[in-house]
Ligand binder design. Sequence first.
Ligand SMILES: NC(=O)c1ccc[n+]([C@@H]2O[C@H](COP(=O)([O-])OP(=O)(O)OC[C@H]3O[C@@H](n4cnc5c(N)ncnc54)[C@H](O)[C@@H]3O)[C@@H](O)[C@H]2O)c1
Length: 338
Amino acid sequence: MSHPLRASVVGCGVFGRNHARVYRQLQQEGLGVGLAGVHDANNDRAQAVAREFSTQAFSSLAELAGHVDAASVAVPTSAHFPVSAQLMQAGIDVLIEKPLAASLQEANEVVAAAERTGRIAQVGHLERFNPAVLAATPLVTRPMFFEVHRLSVFTPRSLDVDVVMDLMIHDLDVVLALVQSSVHAIHAVGLPVISNKVDIANARVEFENGCVANFTASRVSTERVRKLRFFQPHEYISIDYARQDVIKIQVDAAAAAALLRGEAPKSANPAGISISKPEVRQQEPLRAEIEAFLDAVRRRSSPKVTLADGRNALQLALQINAAIGEHHRRAGLGHSKK
Ligand SMILES: NC(=O)c1ccc[n+]([C@@H]2O[C@H](COP(=O)([O-])OP(=O)(O)OC[C@H]3O[C@@H](n4cnc5c(N)ncnc54)[C@H](O)[C@@H]3O)[C@@H](O)[C@H]2O)c1
């Protein structure tokens, strides 16, 4: 590699600041990247983040072009498409925060822009890089039932989208990656609580291969929970995203069958139940995500979370929102505030 990659962050709000922190950290560790500058529509915010991470603030995207090779796009979802398209047009590879875009049409435009410009574009589905998800993925055989909870306390952020697009989409992406089947049917319910969009939602998604996934997401909870649990033949696997741990409970099929036949137990553990905790290499998911992005940029290879993945998760989120709207009408809840 001839020179360190020149990275930047567009959108210096709460999450963009985290991207800037990680790029700066990689720079300080001499890992072939430098934080070349940041930009925010609010110049004071850009200046503050630039000061904190010893870089420069660009006053516009046009000014940034030519000075950077790659950029994280951490602007509100409604601006993902125009900002990403402009960056790619200027020859810059992009890591676009989730959800990929505000609509499927905009997502298609992002895909077209990446194809037209030959840029690398990764979608920021962070949980794919969660060490617990990475440790559980090789354990997947035939998941048939998922129970997923993502509850958080209210903050006045990401209110340009509802809770499905804001939070549930993390789990939609992970489950789509683990199930590898298309969606057969969706039932959903959701309500606005504090904002004027849906703040709490539950969706039951049935896949063509018979798997059923039950998702609950809330941004108005009193507690913080991020858990994904699934059952597959003779096994139960539980992922705690926040604690970054995995528990696997397995039943010995032969021992369980003997038990059901009424045979005398051969041990104190007649169903042969074993509980194990696969090793998890703890690390910051955002750092792993950014390192994977930079690796794809250097190799000009397909990123781990592709635009197609981002589009699929967005499509499912929009289908769930349509099902929530349908439920509103059926239940006579009046004008949907989605
Ligand atoms: N992966 C995750 O876990 C995760 C977590 C939080 C947020 N996010 C995503 O990150 C994005 C930003 O979220 P946030 O919570 O940091 O929001 P935020 O409101 O704190 O920050 C957004 C920033 O973008 C700036 N901005 C708005 N339009 C712009 C434009 N056209 N050009 C340049 N700057 C612009 C705003 O001034 C603001 O500083 C959202 O897409 C959100 O979904 C992802």
